[in-house]
Design a binder for this molecule. Structure first.
Ligand code: NAD
Length: 372
């Protein structure tokens, strides 16, 4: 854990719900330990969740803790489960996550993938049957830091279907994320495109619902298939559904994610059989490529840098501060949140305290951990 905690000593005094990353991490770790996770596992998971908050993705941050605790109680999230290798042949490796923490499985899978890509120049690695692997960009960044291009296709089994097919009117699959990360030369920042194939991730609907805010237009339909900006349609029966991003194009990418992450790895494609309370299972296909494989590594870096400079030089449109490339918004958020702490809304905070209490973490102790 390296949040620059020394710079964050006074954050709790600024605002009750602007909490330093290291304290949030300690709270999540304590909740998981009370929930039965061992110390190392609890820290690894807490660290990755808080990293998602730092990167601006509260949907995949500490607000997931209550869902994970539900997963443990429902027997869907298997504490202490270690990933196992099911196939290992040439460039291909298949890992079974055995229902364990996705943060543990994701790291182990990427370590195998990076090692194989170093040996062969390419690695095609599947991870199946893992509990929630969180922000997919974290795995792309790991490969990029090791010098590899990495492409990730992911599908999801949950407690309900969430996303309507383009032209459909009810949820038939979930938010199937896609990520490609490009390495950069020393000292430069990687490009990291990391996105749900739904208009927004479901966690962002949860965050808007908890904050009493509307979601952006074209995000949701109600149970009749009519467009709505009201997140409560996902929390009342009969439920509405999320829409895919980019209309038929995002829908097409979601279908590809389902096929490559689910069918190719053997983890399975979404269907009613895969729904269960407390379940958030991810399957992921990763393809790692050595960008120097054709003998042009320096040219690759230079060309990507040239293009990045070119697009960023576009004059910002009215109301826009700066033109960015994928990965920039997350890095900006991290810098700002390390400085000012992570904003946690009252509902999310209350849900965290309740999750802790449900596994025996006293509320006063939880408040002490976050410094309030
Ligand atoms: P998002 O819409 O906030 O960002 C998507 C991508 O667009 C990012 O790469 C970001 O850097 C880029 N971007 C955003 N604004 C930009 C701008 N102005 N200029 C240039 N690039 C810009 O992300 P999302 O789709 O809401 O997904 C959020 C997170 O949810 C992701 O980390 C994703 O991996 C995660 N997720 C995980 C699961 C799972 O099952 N594990 C499911 C769905 C989503």
């Amino acid at each position: 854990m390296n949040y620059g905690a020394g710079q964050l000593q006074n954050i709790c005094k600024v605002s009750k719900m602007q909490i330093p990353a290291d304290r949030l991490c300690s709270l999540a770790q304590a909740i998981f330990q009370h929930g039965g996770a061992d110390d190392g596992e609890a820290l690894q998971v807490a660290d990755k969740l808080v990293e998602a908050n730092l990167f601006g993705h509260d949907s995949h941050g500490i607000g997931m803790v209550p869902s994970y605790i539900n997963g443990i109680k429902a027997g869907e999230l298997k504490l202490g489960a270690a990933p196992t290798v099911e196939h290992d042949h040439g460039s291909f490796i298949l890992v079974n996550g055995n229902g364990g923490f996705g943060q543990v499985n994701g790291k182990a899978t990427m370590e195998l993938a990076i090692k194989r890509a170093r040996e062969l120049g390419v690695a095609v690695v599947g991870l199946k049957n893992s509990y929630h692997i969180g922000r997919i960009g974290a795995w792309g960044e790991m490969a990029a830091a090791a010098g590899f291009v990495s492409i990730h296709y992911v599908n999801v089994f949950g407690s309900s279907s969430l996303v309507a097919p383009h032209g459909g009117s009810d949820g038939r699959f979930t938010t199937n994320p896609y990520c490609t990360a490009l390495p950069a030369r020393d000292g430069a920042e990687p490009i990291v495109l990391d996105m749900a194939t739904s208009r927004v991730a479901m966690g962002k609907v949860r965050v808007a619902h908890n904050r009493g805010e509307e979601v952006p237009p074209e995000t949701l339909i109600d149970s009749q298939g009519n467009p709505t900006n009201d997140p409560s349609v996902m929390y009342t029966e009969p439920k509405g559904a999320l829409r895919t991003m980019g209309l038929h194009k995002g829908y097409g990418l979601a279908v590809i994610c389902e096929a490559l992450a689910g069918a190719f790895t053997g983890g399975g494609v979404f269907g009613p059989d895969h729904l269960a309370p407390g379940r958030i299972i991810n399957n992921m296909l990763c393809v790692l490529i050595d960008p120097g494989a054709f003998g042009h590594r320096e040219a690759f870096d230079a060309e990507v840098e040239k293009f990045t400079k070119w697009v960023k030089a576009s004059p910002p449109a009215p109301g826009v501060d700066e033109v960015m490339v994928p990965g920039d918004p997350e890095r900006k958020s991290r810098a700002e949140r390390l400085e000012n702490g992570i904003p946690i809304d009252d509902t999310t905070f209350e849900e965290l305290l309740a999750a802790g209490q449900s596994v025996g973490l006293d509320r006063d102790e939880a408040m002490r951990i976050v410094g309030n």
